[in-house]
Design a protein around this ligand. Sequence first.
Ligand SMILES: [Zn+2]
Length: 83
Amino acid sequence: MNSSFIGKVDKARRYAEEKDRVSITTFRATFQGNHGTYDVSFDDGRWNCQCAFFWRHEACSHTMALQRILDEVLARETQVVEG
Ligand SMILES: [Zn+2]
């Protein structure tokens, strides 16, 4: 491993501690619930899940669990993009 790559690894290690640098804007996941596996997605600040509960309530245990897991790095719905 050359020295410039080692520098990047050190920088990545520091960045990983500074979670406010990151805003996830979109992702897809599969969520293994107790009764089945669901596709969950997050796009432009909006959640979606294919389970029946989400369809009726626009939130469900799957999206809320992922919100808890990813809270520090999800883009906020109200976040203003600057620059
Ligand atoms: Zn769901």
